[in-house]
Structure formats: structure tokens, C-alpha cells
Design a binder for this molecule. Sequence first.
Ligand code: SF4
Ligand code: FES
Length: 335
Amino acid sequence: MRRSWLSMIAVYAPMLGVPVLLYLYIIFNALHIAAASRAMLYLAMLGLALFSIVSFRDVFMERQKPPHFLDIRQKEGVVSHDHDIDNRTSKNVKIVEVRLNRFNPSTKMLEEHTYKVRVDRYYSVLDTIIDIKRKQDPTIAVRYSCRMGICGSCGMEVNGKPVLACETNVFKNMDDGGNISVGPMQGHPLLKDLVTDFDDFFSRHSSVLPHLYRKDEVEKYAAKQEYRQTREDLVKFLPFSYCIMCGLCLDACPVVNVNPVFIGPQALSQVQRYHSDSRDELGDRRLEMVDKLTHVWDCEFAGACSVACPKGVDPAYTIQLLKTQLVRKNLGSGK
Ligand code: SF4
Ligand code: FES
């Protein structure tokens, strides 16, 4: 806060003058000059009163009223843009009615809750749920992290389809009446509201040894050089390595939904990812691991996993590749 000259004089003059006046008062009083000593006393009191009034105004009135930012902008010549959502066109802003199917762990039931939210055309479903959680209902349990389709933690069902909520536009998914339905992925065990349990999903993934296997134990801990690959080597496994473990493919898979012992598309696509990597030395053992009815042979090639996959991993295709390689191997013609 900047002080005017007048207020500075009003503060500093009494600060310096009052001690002098009091000193003079003591001297005149000692000399028994009553009129002069009384005058000094009144002047000192007046100074103190002035000081108190100005300080009170500074501390309790002006400091609590900072200048309005628009005043500053106008003074500095800054162009002001109005971002008030109420002033946007109705084409860009809508009221959406979110039918949120929340899993209640006490009753073990899905319960529908309805929320109305004002959203703009760039809102994702995740933005909308966060908005509801912040402004209307903080009890909603939802899992997310990156908000940009990388971490794989915001998988849920929007209008019955498994999607990443952070990559799903709310405008494009509401019906003509402005309704959208959101719920948890029901192909995974449910924990609370939109949050599912991924323990089983991760066990399926780790059961297929999803890492490079090298025969040389010494080399594993004391590598002398990097493993070189050609561009062609890379292309063979690169698309399958984009999996972010979001679990949408497992949720979409109709076989897993009726036969939970089927290992599912994500784990099988990872078998193909490492089997087609030239650095991996597990060889046919990887194929043999999945040569079972509960593994590749349970897949009915519905293709729902590939439709759901947000990263283009195409698990349905990888399973067919595994089947082809197994048939060739079992017929004795190698991979
Ligand atoms: S394969 Fe696709 S859908 Fe399945 S977990 Fe990986 S990224 Fe998600
Ligand atoms: S929040 Fe990370 S993928 Fe959606």
C-alpha cells in the first residue's frame, strides 16, 4: 500500500514530536511555568490522537481493502478478458445430468445418484466428476492421476462402454436430453463408487512373466553393453508395448465376464509383446505358458478388447498371433 505525503506527515510528525513535547512539558513543569507546560501536554496529546487515528485507518481500513485488480489493469493498460462461464454462449456451455452409478460396499449394490453440472465443451467425464466431487458431493470415490491418458487409472464405464474418463468428452457422450451415465468397470471387483480392485488384474499380468528374460545370469547383473536392436526388431513388439494397464480390455471381454478363469486379453497381449522382442530368451516357453484352455484357446475373438483399448494395443490380434505361432509350433514347423 502506498501512503500519501499527508498521511506520512500525520504518522511521522507525531512519532518524532510527541517525545519532544513531553520532554518540554517535564522541563516547564519543573520550572513551574504552568501555562507553557500545559500547552506542551495538550500538544503531545493531540499528536498522540492524530497518530492513533492515522494508524487505525492504515491497519484496519485501508489494508483490508486492496485495490481492485481491474483498477490496476486499467491503469497499466492491460486488456481484460472476461472468462465468466455465465457469459459464454449456450453452444459451448450446457447443463449435463450425470447418472452416477456408485457401488455401495455396505449393501454390495450399485446405487444411482443424479447430479446436474454446468460443463463446457472441453470438459472430460473425469473433469465433470471432479467438479461434482468438489462442489456437490465430496464423498464420491474416484481414482485418477495423470488426467491425460497415460497412467491408466481412470477407467470406468460411460454409457455402458469401458473408457478412460480423462479422454472422454462429456459433450460428445451426452444424449439429446443432456444425460450421461457413468459407473465403475463391472468386469473388475468393485471397491467403492467408481473405484475397482486391480489386484486380480495385476496377478494375471505378472503370471505371464512380463519382463525380458535372459539366460546368462552373470550378464543380468553386470552387463557389458546395451542390447542392440534393428528398426525391424523394434517394430515387431512396439505396438504391444503401449499397454498402460488400464484394464478396459478385461472389462470389455465377454469371455472373462462369463468365465473368470480365462486369463484375459491384457496378459495375453503382454506374452506376445515379450515373445516378439529379439532381446528376450525365454523362447517357446512363453508360448507353452499360454497353450491352455484357460489362456489363448478360451478367446472367442469377439474383438471387444481391441475396440476398448485406448492405446491401440489390439489385444484380439495379439491373441490370434499367439494361436498361429502355437499351431505352427505344435505342427513342428517352428515359429
Ligand atoms: S491392452 Fe489396452 S485396454 Fe488392455 S490394459 Fe492395455 S492399454 Fe488397457
Ligand atoms: S487419469 Fe491417467 S489415464 Fe486417465
